[in-house]
Write a protein that binds this ligand. Structure first.
Ligand code: FE
Length: 200
């Protein structure tokens, strides 16, 4: 190596530097292109969001994000008020309050399975009540201190739609009462609870 001679007289150091630059540039280019889908934060972020919007229900773990205008197109005014503006329907007025048929309750906005009739019970509170979610991860909770109260809001994990609140005065085995607005739900009486794939 020591007697490496460059025929054109360029210093060895210069050649090595040149090679290093070329290799580095190549590595960087290769890296950025091969990992862009993983980063998903910059350019990948937009295409990723677009992909999720286009594929919609491809997997339950996909989050759904829409603009207010888009939600208004697919929701009734009451559904929009409850789901997107955290509204609350008047007690004993919801269509599912007194419904006790077998079936699956889905998010009225994104159709994610949220509850099943297996956990629905008559709490007497005036809103549909469930003692458990359909699946782990189907529902997310958030602290809600609005109206001078300290409550735990429940939202659809998939689309973020407001569902109602969860309280700790429910029946066994969970001791929880998921108090849900009918307007935020769709009921699927043909759903096969035992085989319906639910998650997150
Ligand atoms: Fe949803």
């Amino acid at each position: 190596m020591r007697n490496l001679k460059i025929s054109n007289g360029l210093p060895v150091a210069a050649i090595v530097s040149l090679i290093a630059v070329v290799v580095l540039a190549g590595t960087f280019t290769g890296l950025s292109s091969s990992t862009s889908y993983e980063a998903g934060d910059n350019e990948g972020g937009q295409s990723g969001a677009l992909f999720a919007a286009e594929t919609g229900d491809s997997t339950m773990s996909d989050k759904i994000e829409k603009t207010d205008a888009e939600w208004k197109e697919i929701l009734t005014p009451e559904q929009y008020h409850v789901l997107r503006e955290k509204g609350t329907e008047r007690a004993f007025t919801g269509v599912f309050d007194d419904l006790f048929e077998d079936g699956v309750y889905r998010c009225a906005a994104c159709k994610a399975e949220l509850f099943t009739s297996n956990t629905k019970y008559n709490s007497g509170c005036g809103w549909p009540a469930f003692f458990d979610a359909a699946a782990d991860g189907a529902i997310e909770t958030r602290e809600d201190t609005s109206f001078g109260m300290s409550r735990t809001e429940i939202v659809c994990a998939k689309c973020g739609g407001h569902l109602g609140h969860v309280f700790t005065d429910g029946p066994a085995p969970t001791g929880l009462r998921y108090c849900v607005n009918s307007a935020s739900l769709d009921f699927d009486s043909t759903g096969d609870e035992s085989s319906t794939e639910t998650n997150k």
